[in-house]
Design a binder for this molecule. Structure first.
Ligand code: GAL
Length: 335
């Protein structure tokens, strides 16, 4: 009787040992599009710290806005035997081939912040509510400038987020444009989110309209910085309301100085933490609680976890960015 009991206990222990993937021998791949924007630097730092805490062997690759290189880097991560791949694509649709390759190798994928599009396969999407980001920008700028000439910029055409942000903002801008209250003098996507590209586009629009521009929809703080350079050259910085996103230090400083009107706070600490948590759950074969939310990728509705974005203006910057520890008072209010 005793002998039988020991055998059973031994068996239970063995099953337990194998079923819970011990973190030590558990590799996760992290493929990021760039480190040029401050938020991606924070995403990487947070995930590295969280992975370390969980004892996960995190293998990181950054592609610097090169889609082909990202495919090669992910092939490399797959060959290293990662169990889960956290993927923020540079090019949404060409990254679908990475999902294929991962699926063939039995690797689970989390599409991080940016959605991989046009894949029929199973994967998860973890991001912020990006249409809401655009709605917050569009509502803010149309309240501030209900009538006048608008420069409308969107992010990189290869980034699905750029489309979602624009979709949200246009819910507020288009009806006023249709009514003739707003005249859109420029409506362009910005290659690779480059601030210098945004500056060039703004300069073109200012020249073409004899500086008669009343508002700028800039999709993130980086491109807003480029536009504000163009406005400053015409003595218009601080006079033309302009949006932003990402709560970058430079963006927060411009808001305090009055040359940028707002930004969107997306707490990348929360997103990074959630990604490592989800990777652990997937590696342990656990389902992810998406509360039924999905985002369509052009081929299917991808189960999604979407965090909440917050608007930041001069009035609540301390509350949102300083008290939360995302930025420091010394750096934002530097003399
Ligand atoms: C987007 C991201 C933004 C932004 C941009 C540029 O996908 O959601 O936060 O900064 O990329 O990297």
């Amino acid at each position: 009787m005793m002998k039988r009991l020991c055998t059973l206990l031994g068996l239970a222990a063995a099953i337990l040992a194998t079923s819970t993937a011990r973190a030590a021998d558990f590799k996760v791949g992290l493929s990021l599009p760039t480190q040029r924007e401050e938020r991606w630097v924070k995403d990487k730092q947070v995930m590295e710290a969280e992975a370390k805490k969980a004892g996960i062997d995190l293998r990181v690759q950054v592609t610097d806005n090169d889609a082909a290189k990202q495919v090669a880097q992910c092939e490399n991560l797959i060959s290293q035997g990662v169990k889960v791949l956290i993927l923020a694509p540079h090019d949404a649709s060409s990254a679908a081939v990475i999902i294929d390759k991962a699926a063939k190798a039995g690797i689970r994928v989390i599409s991080y912040d940016r959605l991989v599009t046009n894949s029929p396969l199973d994967y998860y999407y973890l991001s912020f509510d990006n249409v809401k980001v655009g709605e917050l920008q569009g509502e803010f700028i149309t309240r501030k400038v209900p009538k006048g000439s608008y420069i409308v910029l969107a992010g990189s055409p290869t980034d699905n987020n750029a489309k979602l942000f624009r979709e949200g903002a246009m819910k507020f801008i288009k009806p006023l444009a249709d009514k003739g209250d707003i005249k859109i003098v420029m409506d362009q996507f910005v290659k690779d989110w480059q601030p210098s590209e945004a500056q060039k586009l703004c300069e073109q629009a200012l020249t073409a309209n004899q500086n008669k521009v009343d508002a700028v929809l800039a999709p993130n703080d980086g491109t807003a910085g480029g536009c504000i350079q163009a406005l400053a050259a015409q003595g218009l910085a601080g006079k033309v309301p302009i949006t932003g996103q990402d709560a970058e230090l430079a963006g927060a400083i411009r808001i305090v100085q009055g040359t940028q009107s707002m930004t969107i706070f997306k707490d990348t600490r929360e997103l990074g933490k959630r990604a490592i948590q989800m990777a652990l759950e997937l590696a342990n074969g656990k389902p992810i609680d998406t509360q039924g939310r999905t985002v369509n990728n052009g081929k299917k509705d991808v189960p999604s976890v979407l965090l909440t974005p917050f608007i930041v203006t001069k009035d609540n910057l301390d509350e949102q960015l300083i008290k939360s520890g995302y930025l420091t008072r010394e750096k934002v209010y530097r003399k």
